[in-house]
Design a protein around this ligand. Structure first.
Ligand code: SF4
Length: 486
């Protein structure tokens, strides 16, 4: 997710480059909305950033400000209708990009439908868009301040209209949102938002700070206006961002992710040493922790597994079947390196276990004498309701199993996970300021159990008809075939 206000710069192109840097956060769809002060042009489609945009399309996205999004679905299917930025033109004409997951989506959806508001997608993000767009507040910043208290769950969000770009973050700060500053040719500076600070590096912007939980920042012609809208009672930043999700070159809570993950590897060795000849990372996710473990143990590291760089993350492709098929294309073991060796194989997490089971099988087929698995996350036994799609508890390999049972299930000679205390030591953070519910089962937000399944809005309100945001109804099939340029 990205947002920028900079009339002096090619905002759509900058957004495009920033989305490239953020591609790991979502591979189902990509979109950019630009506003030139009188119109908003939105271009969004399923696919990767490089598949959705080309030179001609970028040239069409002129404007003073822009918001962009890459999606992987946590509420709603991965079809075109759920791509972002979401465009609505009820009272306010807006384009919105959202990262997170509302836990009161079903209640809000029902309330809004009762008020006669219609939807043309099944994502919770359109609920935020509908609330802001229908507000009669004077500006969209006022509208955001008015509606933020109604939202529950995780919502790092950027919105633009014809005058400003507004970025805001939920009061618990579950998902990241960073503020950056970019120089302009006249020697001045403008501001931008990104899910991760690494997006700023690629466009020559400087990382200023994280948007605070509960804070709203409006970027306008006059600069930046900061408002604390809903002061949070408890910070609950997602610890899984440090472990798995964020890019290694991103800074989270003052720590470079690559270094935190390296410390996780060191701690993992301290907590669970084992006799072995070689450390092998599951690339790329296991690389930093494997380096840390190798450093701490003195056991040399080598590349026993090669990754095809052009295949996406298996974890964030929707559906079990796709995930299974994706894997064989992704890794190749090197028998010349692993044969006869006792390996410590390091990865950053295990969710369903399909990937890990196949990797261990491939390494043993390639002649590895022993495979000792070390994981730089604790066992994942609980679903995430705050914006990471981990599916149901039953699909998780650690659910209802002991570590020994999981090792047997995966075919590993031994298995150890880092402790939760070890994770907090590595990220130099306090447990009371984070969410670790997928590991601990302790959900930091009251009433998290009202969060419903991924397809709750589809079930509640299938889309027999859709509207163009002005209340005009169109059949869904027609929406699917019209040009995505609005
Ligand atoms: S449940 Fe896990 S993945 Fe979800 S926000 Fe909490 S720590 Fe992050």
């Amino acid at each position: 997710m990205f947002g920028i206000y900079a009339p002096e710069l090619d905002v759509a192109r900058l957004t495009y480059f920033a989305l490239y840097a953020l591609q790991h956060r979502g591979q189902e769809s990509a979109g950019i909305a630009s506003s030139d002060g009188s119109h908003i042009i939105t271009l969004r489609d399923t696919g990767l950033v490089s598949q959705v945009f080309d030179e001609e399309k970028l040239r069409g996205l002129t404007g003073n400000m822009s918001v962009g999004h890459v999606r992987y679905s946590t509420t709603g299917s991965s079809g075109w209708e759920n791509t972002q930025p979401i465009y609505r033109a009820d009272h306010h004409m807006i384009a919105l990009a959202h990262n997170g997951n509302l836990i009161n989506a079903v209640e809000l959806h029902a309330e809004l439908r009762e008020e006669g508001i219609t939807f043309r997608s099944t994502s919770d993000s359109e609920i935020i868009a509908a609330l802001v767009s229908n507000s009669t507040a004077e500006t969209i910043a006022d509208a955001v301040a008015e509606i933020m208290p109604r939202l529950a769950g995780a919502f790092s969000t950027v919105i633009c209209n014809k005058e400003m770009v507004v970025g805001f973050r939920d009061p618990n700060g579950l998902r990241p949102l960073a503020l950056g500053q970019i120089p302009t040719p006249d020697g001045g500076a403008r501001y931008c938002f990104a899910s991760e600070s690494s997006a700023f590096d690629i466009i020559g912007a400087k990382f200023l700070r994280e948007v605070e939980p509960g804070e709203m920042i409006a970027l306008t012609e006059g600069g930046m206006e900061v408002t604390m809208v809903v002061p949070g009672e408890r910070k609950a930043f997602c610890v899984f961002e440090h472990i798995y999700f964020a890019r290694p070159d991103t800074h989270l809570e003052g720590q470079l992710v690559q270094q935190s993950r390296g410390r996780m590897g060191e701690i993992l060795w301290r907590e669970a040493p084992v006799e072995a000849d070689m450390v092998v990372a599951v690339p790329d996710s296991g690389n930093p922790a494997a380096k840390g473990l190798s450093r701490a143990s003195g056991i040399p590291m080598d590349d026993g597994l090669i990754k095809n760089r052009y295949v996406g993350r298996t974890f964030i492709q929707p559906g079990q079947e796709l995930r299974k098929l994706g894997l064989r294309m992704k890794f190749t073991p090197l028998p010349e390196i692993v044969s006869g060796q006792r390996l410590i194989v390091v990865d950053d997490s295990i969710v369903r276990g399909n990937t890990t089971r196949q990797i261990i099988g491939m390494l043993k087929e390639a002649g590895a004498a022993e495979v000792h698995l070390r994981i730089s996350a604790p066992p994942i036994r609980n679903s995430c309701h705050y914006g990471i799609d981990m599916s149901t508890n039953e699909q998780m390999i650690a659910y209802g199993r002991t570590v020994e049972e999981i090792a047997a299930e995966l075919g590993a000679d031994s298995l150890a996970y880092i402790s939760l205390e070890g994770v907090y030591e590595a990220i130099r953070g306090e447990r009371g300021e984070h969410c670790d519910a997928c590991f601990s089962g302790e959900y930091p937000l009251a009433d998290t159990d009202r969060a419903t399944g991924k397809f709750a809005l589809e079930e509640l309100s299938p889309l027999p008809q859709a509207t163009n945001g002005n209340g005009a109804h169109e059949p869904v099939a027609a929406l699917e075939t019209v040009s995505p340029i609005q």
